[in-house]
Design a protein around this ligand. Sequence first.
Ligand SMILES: Cc1cc2nc3c(=O)[nH]c(=O)nc-3n(C[C@H](O)[C@H](O)[C@H](O)COP(=O)(O)O)c2cc1C
Ligand code: SF4
Ligand code: SF4
Ligand code: SF4
Length: 650
Amino acid sequence: MTGGKELFAEIDSPAKLAKISEICRAAFARQKTRFLICAGTGCVAMGSLPVLAEFKRQIAERGLAVDVEMLFEGREAVTAAAGSGCHGFCEKGPLVRVEPQGIFYNKVKAEDVAEILAASLDQNSIVERLLYKNPDGSPCLTVHEVPFYSGQTRNVLERCGLIDPEDIREYFAHDGYQALAKALREYTPEQVIEIVSRSNLRGRGGAGFTTGKKWATCRRAPGDTKYVVCNCDEGDPGAFMDRSVLEADPHAVLEGMAIAAYAVGAERGFLYVRAEYPLAVARLQKAMEQAIKWKVLGENIMGCGFNFYPEIFQGAGAFVCGEETSLLASLEGGRGMPRMKPPFPAEEGLWKRPTVLNNVKTLAKVPKIIDQGADWFAATGTVKSPGTAVFALTGKIKNSGLIEVPMGITLREIVYGIGGGIINDGKFKAVQTGGPSGGCLPEELLELEVDFDSLRSAGSMMGSGGMVVLDEKSCMVDIARYFLEFTVHESCGQCTPCRDGIWQMLHILNDITAGKGRPEDLALLEEMGKSIIAGAICGLGKTAPNPVLSTLRYFRPEYEAHIQDKACPALNCQELIAYQIDPNKCKACGRCRKECPVEAIKGEKKTPHVIEQSKCCKCGICLETCPAKFSAVSKITGKHGDGSLASIDR
Ligand SMILES: Cc1cc2nc3c(=O)[nH]c(=O)nc-3n(C[C@H](O)[C@H](O)[C@H](O)COP(=O)(O)O)c2cc1C
Ligand code: SF4
Ligand code: SF4
Ligand code: SF4
């Protein structure tokens, strides 16, 4: 780390931390222009690392005060380019922010770097073509003008994208480890628990259990050896909230863990991270090494006599290992199988010792609660679900990415405000929250306020923050089938209701989507779902029927169409659709015949073409290739008793 050696000194007291923070803050402020290139997984996949390398190369080539990191040597004009954590608006990556102005560039390529540097450093201007454009074409100059960001309240994500996660000094410059110092210096462990309890922080891992209560139980539990475990498993398909926080602000999670450890009386902690998150693991590892070196973690932290040693454990990536008792079994070296509760981990957890187990975001929220107080936290969100919620907003939404919103925001504000509405101005059909254990909520519930309890009473759940938006082309029966297929695959197989029950439900759904459903299947699905919820050992089985039950509750006519009309109204289920050529519209141009991969289309010159249904593999190429001026091919589904088509789409 350039320039850090002069400064480096072990932090042997909270006062020393305050002094070092001051120096770091000043160094940070000296950076006249700072280019932040998103180096989160999404932007890296879209090519942000060559962009970062190009920034560094060209800044060096310009012979500027070359440092690409923070400087601590008192030099003046400093230009910095740093790889930051996730900025959130993954859809538009690679993303670049120019600070302190907050200029926001999207879809940046290495070839654009010279122009950006010239605009920022030579001409005091902006590169308009790289700015985000509103739907009406007007450009957004700064990040604060971009609707995706302006509708958010960034708290956990506050530093994500703004600091270099690989340099602890940037965390120090943003009050890093001050909350831990405050806890160690000013509060007893009981007082820390009291503050967290008063804030009414609820766990962000899914169930929304009160964090203060969990910590108090662990503190009270007999025994000298206790542990803190951070659940970084994040197994929901499409979810990347926890990964982004770990990659972008790893010290916040570590500081939260240390505060939890102090509160409950633990000295050791584990971060259970899935091995598919190599960047998160690398950043955590680096953050831990730096924090131990600076003595804000490890032995005799900041000279306060408190020790905390965190370790990383890489999990093999089973969804069920996110369940707390299963995670602990895996951490102990056993097979990741849930066990009955009670006893709860806070009483009897890792190696049968009292263990506090919290989600990444729960722990990342803790430092600010200690720093700013319980009332500050409780002032955002709703009374029963205070604070903010982080969602991975995906699906048929214009602006997908990582968002943070106050609890109590409506679904409509998320989908149409931050998300910008449905892709291609399509029609909204449903929003799925809570990952594979959640439910699908219809348009009538767009005004629903998002919090733990309202989502649950609507038949869904908060989960750890997946939010998938579905449009009219999504078949709700197939969506339920997809999630059930996932949970069947991930079930540990230990208890009968889950192992056999959800498997049976999946078979029924397979039949329905294949046009073999029976009218009595719907009641059977409901009955089975309720029995599985009542009888399964762990949360996986207890929530697996949710997608089916919620779609039956809100989209029943779609199930009935599959069963009675053998039709898929969304024209999605392969076995219920067909392609057809209208002989009155077909001009026999032959294009579809040439493109059909299985030679299913027959026809001569000047003769309307015909699809041989027994050969057709339903690839849809003929629909795409038939010229719009003819529009002779249709996708059809379902037949009524008189043989008329139930649904047609061009
Ligand atoms: C099948 C299943 C998977 C889970 N996966 C996760 C996960 O990936 N991350 C997580 O924090 N919690 C997950 N949970 C919830 C955990 O069991 C636990 O409640 C949570 O980590 C506690 O942390 P919190 O109090 O901070 O929410 C899962 C639960 C179940 C039943
Ligand atoms: S509910 Fe499913 S995942 Fe949970 S213990 Fe039973 S079989 Fe295993
Ligand atoms: S859907 Fe595909 S396979 Fe079927 S007729 Fe059209 S092009 Fe051929
Ligand atoms: S592409 Fe269209 S118009 Fe041409 S032969 Fe096929 S169906 Fe007829």
